[in-house]
Design a binder for this molecule. Sequence first.
Ligand code: MG
Length: 381
Amino acid sequence: MKNVVLLGSTGSIGTSTVKVAEDLPERIRLIALAAGNNSELLLDQTRKHQPAVISINDPAKARELRKTLGTTCEVFSGAEGLLKLATLPEADIVLIAIVGTAGLQPALAAIRAGKDIAVASKEILVMAGEIVMNEARKYGVRVLAVDSEHSAIFQCLDGKPSASVRRLWLTASGGPFRDATLWPKEKFAEITVERALKHPSWVMGRKITIDSATLFNKGLEMIEARWLFDIEMARVGVVVHPQSIVHSMVEFVDGSLLAQLSTPDMCLPIQYALTYPDRAASDRVQTDFPKLGNLTFQAPDPERFPALILARRAGEVGGTLPAVLNAANEVAVEAFVNRKINFPQITETVSRTMDAHQVVAHPTLEQILAADLWARGEAAR
Ligand code: MG
């Protein structure tokens, strides 16, 4: 039985994690749940799973929940609540699926309390990959990937060191504007918010869906892979695979490739992270090859999707630059969703913010957070 703390229980990854826990009641116990705003869903989840501790961002909502739940469950709030949950003595693993940078401090607190962490929030490794992986080594805990791509690579690597790897191949669906004949570069300025929010193969949150359309999502994943698997950016490649069946691949030094495949369903990588090193029987995900037909692959188009070039540069330079890329992108996506800038201006904003940044090498957490704050101001300007 694994005692799981779930930070971000009401979001897309959070609700999938709850499903996985319901699939495997004899293996997974949700001992603590934290949510951002959705206190109704948090209350439902609490009644069903009876965690000992919960937390919600807004202190007023926490007071309401305390009144409703009485003494059956302890209720915390805010950033403090997240830290409390991340370090619960009974926890075996902390799954972090909070949007934005709020997951960073709880991730480090969990590691320092000797907990394995399962990472769904990309910001944690993109912003502070060096610090997080160093701390995990120091405290002897695992950093497990929840993202489908990184879970695939982790499964294919099966403990092999990066010296046995020629290249990691992250697959990308290519997003809704993959087709260069339908969507030539000249038409990118006409892309509407509604069109960008329609993802061809995954149902996800709003920010990550826009990131999939610009390919910034893949860019962030390249940087995550660099840290998770201790490999330099030059050996992290991207291949467009519209069917999203091959979740990623490892090309070994002998030329052999291993890939992990399935029908796209986030429950699978979540379950693997929570049951690792075991595989637990579940009927949830079924893959029917004859029905799938063709699996196709193509090179990404950096002309139309410069996010990949920007991410590679950020990963190669390192220091505070990935945090700047991440923060500028967050601000730009928000501006696009609010119809203040057009689609190509998302990438332009990130590029200009990166150009204006004075990179700090091997930054402290404080320097990373300062760079994040600076980039938000600069991008907004
Ligand atoms: Mg992914």
